[in-house]
Design a protein around this ligand. Structure first.
Ligand code: AMP
Length: 422
């Protein structure tokens, strides 16, 4: 979480009902993105903001969006007035929850709209969309299904927000987004939030935004309160090392990330068998199962959540004190998002990454992105199998006349007990 900056919310020109809502949430000072975005949006400007989760970006668009709806133009009959498009249903739900909290003292109505629902849910969504709801927070596919049927009232739309635009691109939603835009009135304000700004996003902004104000909040770097550590291990050592860490950690709220669903499932099952209070979270679960897992985790009745990247972006769970990357995330940005689950709102946390011999180079890309090397830790005592010695690669190189491909399997360094060195 980026530290709040000097001016308070009163100075930003927000209405009293919103200030009361913030007060109620114990949110006192705007973060940098809020301090910059809120006046620009209240001024009617389009906005492109490069900011990652944890910077307070959600409130940076929700506050002026709600303010505009309650303070300015009269409500066009039954029309949706704010549309927020997001990559995942979890993010839709989370934004809706934050909206409900911030807008507690206002009469704003909202619904989250996401896929995977059955026919009756679709009908109730249709009913909500056509009965005067003011803010819709939607995933692209589900929104388009409703838009294509022609009954979604958008004539009075005042503001479009695209949140986590880069994620939506990665997930292949770009055409859906273009189609959605075609349904919207041309006269509107548009805001785009993205953790990264690759050329494809720049291109999209040209099509969607008009002379946008541009805000960039720091580079993608984990919050300073995160103690980042890496264990360089062979795959066969991971399970033991993990158990050791879990047994000896005092952390009460832990997320373990793994790249593949099958791994998440197996790992959760393995940990349960070993007596740990753990559950799996991935996109194959029914919506109701996901919600119940997340609820038990939020309520701290579940100590360990084993998850794919479904929960790494945008999901707001307070007080996670330990994040473990069971593997190195393929996309360096995902590392920042995963690690960003801990040390939120300026708290402290620990993030541990298991790096196997094939992932050294990928991990190097992550270190290049964050701009510093991550501390390499010795393997816990009692972790079975030989410790991996990153130095062995250069030794091997010498022996093999330099023909070993970097990233190739190095020779285990024998019976050394402690793990890799810094
Ligand atoms: P976000 O970057 O939108 O995911 O927000 C991260 C977390 O910061 C959420 O738990 C917000 O409730 C919290 N938050 C947002 N704005 C502020 C603020 N100005 N001061 C303290 N916490 C905040």
């Amino acid at each position: 979480m980026t530290e709040p900056t000097a001016p308070d919310f009163h100075a930003l020109g927000l209405s009293d009902d919103l200030l009361d809502g913030l007060d109620h949430m114990n949110i006192r000072k705007p973060t940098p993105i809020q301090a910059q975005a809120i006046p620009a949006v209240l001024d009617g400007k389009d906005l492109i903001a490069c900011a990652q989760t944890g910077t307070g970006k959600t409130a940076a668009f929700l506050l002026p969006l709600i303010d505009v709806i309650i303070s300015y133009r009269p409500k066009e009959d039954g029309s949706i007035r704010g549309l927020i498009v997001v990559p995942t249903r979890e993010l839709a739900l989370q934004i809706d929850q934050q909206l409900q909290a911030i807008a507690y003292f206002t009469p704003i109505t909202s619904i989250p709209l996401y896929g995977g629902s059955d026919g009756s849910t679709f009908d109730s969504q249709k009913q909500a969309l056509t009965s005067g709801v003011e803010v819709v927070i939607a995933t692209p596919g589900k929104l388009l299904s409703h838009l294509n049927l022609g009954y979604v009232p958008l004539k009075g739309l005042e503001m479009l927000v695209l949140d986590e635009a880069d994620r939506m691109m990665d997930m292949g939603f770009v055409d859906d987004i273009r189609r959605i835009i075609n349904f919207l009135p041309k006269e509107r304000q548009s805001l785009m939030f993205s953790a990264t700004m690759p050329p494809a996003i720049r291109e999209l902004t040209k099509q969607i935004l008009k002379e946008p104000v541009e805000i960039t909040i720091a580079l993608s770097k984990p919050a300073e309160g995160v103690d980042q550590q890496a264990y360089v291990v062979f795959d066969m050592q991971k399970a033991n090392a993990l158990e050791h860490i879990l047994k000896h950690s005092e952390a009460t709220s832990i997320v373990i990330f793994a790249g593949r669903k099958v791994e998440v499932r197996n790992l959760a099952r393995h940990l349960q068998k070993r007596g740990f209070n753990a559950s799996a979270m991935h996109s194959d679960l029914e919506q109701s199962e996901r919600e119940s897992v997340m609820l038990t985790f939020r309520n701290r009745k579940l100590r360990i959540l084993v998850a794919t990247d479904v929960v790494s972006r945008g999901i707001d769970i307070d007080d996670i004190d330990l994040v473990i990357n069971y593997d190195v995330p393929h996309d360096p940005e995902d590392y920042v998002h995963r690690v960003g689950r801990t040390a939120r709102a300026a708290r402290k946390g620990t993030a541990i990454t298991f790096v196997n011999e094939k992932q050294m180079r990928e991990f190097g890309r992550i270190e290049a992105l964050i701009g510093y090397p991550v501390k390499k830790m010795p393997l816990p005592e009692g972790t079975s199998g030989p410790a991996y010695d990153p130095q062995a690669r250069s030794k091997d190189k010498g022996r093999n006349g330099g023909h070993r491909r970097s990233g190739g399997r190095p020779r285990p360094s024998g019976a050394r007990k402690s793990g890799p060195r810094n």
